[in-house]
Design a protein around this ligand. Structure first.
Ligand SMILES: Nc1ncnc2c1ncn2[C@@H]1O[C@H](COP(=O)(O)OP(=O)(O)OP(=O)(O)O)[C@@H](O)[C@H]1O
Length: 336
């Protein structure tokens, strides 16, 4: 368990961390999610001891480490750009932390081989970092961080420099790795999809403060405020309320839309709009809409729903929310 208690960090007049209090359960994979400049890296680096707090405390596994040096905190750290030792083989890079701790050679060899298997670099012991892909290098970095049996693994945008496909593969892989080794892991990311996909807990940061902490489903379905809702997925503003695009139903008939809408308590009402574009995104279809007042929003429906609706550009439709903030238990009514 990591506990951050009323952490404050200032850069001049600027408060990068503003009384942050956070519990990170032992064995969890927790994401620190927020926009650029929200304080994610500052919080991670403070947990690591790479930044000194101006106020507050950090407790790791029951030990107050606030004044303790990074080397003595029992952490492994992986950065976005991993600085590998270029002149050392993959095996020696991963062994580094064990070698400087003067562990017996046989133990090092066994452990490094095991770790390289776990991170999927079994056949790469004798390669040099320059002979690895970006994704392989980051996996080597993770193996190196894990080699010294850290109590806590801290990852600062570890896949940030890689392309989208490799990122998606690596986060699946990280999830499986975490299920296997169970080390308490904190992952900094600005990518909501990455956080929702990989983490079992997410702390959303904004301007040096924590907006909400919870599991991905709770944050997505029950965001504490508009910031969390907007940051965790796309939203549309419908009649003054924020609504997820896939929680919008469209109908050609105003009367039918109104009748269905009456079943959703506290809904923003029925909004008339013109179809600007119909965009097919594989299984889903996005319908870009514009109201008379010029407000643009999008609805997302399945391909079957889109086909049934048969909407064409320029046509007028009636949009309504299928869920309202306090009515999540009401069955979403059929779109048509
Ligand atoms: N050494 C520093 N000196 C002055 N200001 C800093 C320093 N480090 C960070 N900051 C400021 O503190 C704020 C938080 O920075 P931090 O790196 O924690 O944000 P972040 O959420 O990790 O953002 P990003 O996703 O862009 O890395 C930013 O506004 C940044 O400019």
């Amino acid at each position: 368990m990591i506990t951050v208690i009323e952490a404050r960090k200032n850069y001049g007049d600027f408060a990068a961390l503003n009384d942050v209090t956070l519990d990170i359960p032992a064995g969890s994979l927790t994401a620190l999610l927020g926009p650029s400049g929200s304080g994610k890296s500052t919080l991670l680096r403070s947990i690591a001891g790479l930044e000194q707090l101006d106020g507050g405390r950090i407790v790791i596994g029951g030990r107050d480490v606030t004044g303790v040096s990074p080397q003595k905190r029992g952490i492994g750290f992986v950065f976005q750009h991993y600085a590998a030792f270029k002149h050392m083989t993959v095996r020696d890079n991963v062994a580094f932390g064990l070698t400087i701790r003067k562990r017996p050679k046989a133990e090092i060899a066994r452990k490094v081989d095991d770790l390289l298997e776990i991170v999927g670099l079994g056949g790469f012991q004798h390669r040099y970092p320059a002979q690895l892909s970006g994704g392989q290098r980051q996996r080597m970095a993770l193996a190196r961080a894990l080699a010294v049996d850290p109590e806590v693994l801290l990852l600062d945008e570890p896949f940030g420099a890689l392309d989208a496909k490799v990122r998606a593969d690596l986060r699946q892989w990280l999830r499986r790795l975490h299920d296997e080794v169970h080390v308490t892991t904190v992952l900094v990311t600005h990518d909501q999809e990455e956080a929702l996909d990989v983490a079992d807990r997410i702390a959303v940061l904004n301007k040096g403060r924590i907006e909400q902490v919870g599991d991905p489903v709770t944050l997505y379905d029950r965001p504490a405020n508009d910031f969390v809702m907007s940051f965790l997925g796309s939203v549309a503003r419908l009649g003054g309320q924020l609504v997820r695009p896939h929680d919008i139903a469209l109908d050609r008939s105003r009367e039918r839309a109104q009748a269905q809408d009456a079943r959703v308590g506290g809904s923003p009402g029925v909004v008339e709009a013109v179809v600007e574009r119909v965009v097919r995104l594989g299984f889903e279809v996005r319908i870009d809409l514009r109201t008379d007042a010029g407000v643009r929003f999008a609805a997302q429906v399945t391909r079957a729903e889109a086909d049934a609706l048969g909407l064409v550009e320029g046509e007028t439709v009636f949009a309504r929310a299928t869920t309202a903030p306090d009515a999540a238990e009401i069955e979403p009514a059929l779109a048509i």
